[in-house]
Design a binder for this molecule. Structure first.
Ligand code: NDP
Ligand code: A1CAB
Length: 275
């Protein structure tokens, strides 16, 4: 990025902080980032990193090039409606990371005719290992699409989807998915402790193995199934673990979990949206 746009984060919680952290560690100037949320004390650490912070959402977004909407989906309508006049004046690019809520609802709450990119990010953005799925509404220009990619790719992989509905699946496979891996790590650490390892050794080996498997799969020219077969010696140890997972229908468990996740994204859009 040669010329950095001015970014305003409306909402400065877990997801906003992960994106902000990724951007700053990638060289994005803190002075070009603003953040707003209702409690000034909770913004002190961002201020000490050089961000402009405020409790006034309209002040945060005034003359910003990009406004990142990072409040809970339940809050979005109440947060956006008072910003409609400023949106009509400034015409920034809005990037919403809110799960479920459609660009149509967001556009309506902002008074209409707004350029909106919906992004489903995930918290590994903090360590520049995020995975972002993006969808742009019809008002987003080519230059704004490039601007969105340029900002978000500083936090990790950034891919467009053709249809907005596909963001439900993106939420299931990447937005929510760090939690699945953390849950799996928790279970592995607990099981290794039961087998006699200390918590520290169990944790270090679990995390390094997760990192190694992901890095190897990323660098490999064969798919994860083949990499699994290469670990699994006939009549060896791995085979017993894999047979146990299969007997307990791991694939069905994963499919059901991801369906439940995507279904919640659909139902949140209906409950909280204005389509
Ligand atoms: N967490 C994740 O892994 C992911 C989250 N998302 C999406 O990101 C969004 C934020 O989630 P997350 O960061 O987890 O939630 P958090 O609760 O951590 O953050 C929400 C932020 O919004 C602030 N806020 C509350 N009310 C207002 C208001 N009226 N005006 C401005 N800011 C306000 C909160 O301030 P305060 O704390 O002071 O109340 C807080 O800083 C959600 O829409 C979620 O769907 C998307 C992908 C992944
Ligand atoms: O759990 C949630 O609703 C948010 C959206 C994706 C990840 N966290």
């Amino acid at each position: 990025m040669n010329q950095h746009p001015t970014l305003a984060f409306i909402g400065a919680g877990n997801m906003a902080r992960a994106i902000i952290g990724g951007l700053i560690s990638n060289g994005f100037p803190a002075a070009k980032i603003r953040a707003s949320s209702p409690t000034i004390d909770r913004l002190a650490d961002l201020k000490s990193q050089g961000l402009f912070v405020t409790t006034d959402n309209a002040e945060a977004m005034s003359s910003a090039d990009i406004v990142v909407l990072a409040v809970k989906p339940q809050m979005l309508k109440a947060v956006l409606q008072p910003l409609a006049a400023a949106a009509a004046r400034n015409k920034p690019l809005f990037i919403s990371v809110a799960a479920g809520i459609t660009s149509q609802s967001i556009n309506k709450w902002l008074g209409g005719d707004q350029a909106i990119v919906r992004c489903m990010p995930n918290t590994p953005a903090l360590v520049k290992m995020g995975a972002n799925g993006l969808f742009a509404n019809a008002s987003v220009s080519e230059a704004q699409r490039s601007q969105a990619v340029s900002v978000l790719s500083a936090t990790g992989l950034t891919l467009w989807v053709e249809q907005e509905e596909q963001l439900h699946a993106v939420t299931a496979v990447s937005g929510s998915a760090p939690a699945y891996y953390f849950l799996f790590m928790e279970a592995m650490i607990a099981a290794a402790e039961k087998q006699g390892l200390s918590k520290e050794v169990a944790t270090q080996l679990t995390l390094q193995t997760a990192r190694g498997a992901a890095e190897m799969a990323l660098q490999s020219d064969v798919d994860p199934a083949e990499l699994r077969r290469r670990v699994t010696s006939p009549k060896g140890t791995t085979e017993q673990a894999i047979l146990s997972f299969q007997a307990n229908h791991l694939d069905r468990l994963v499919e059901e979990a991801m369906q439940a996740c995507a279904a919640r994204s659909v139902s949140m859009a209906k409950e909280l949206g204005d389509d």
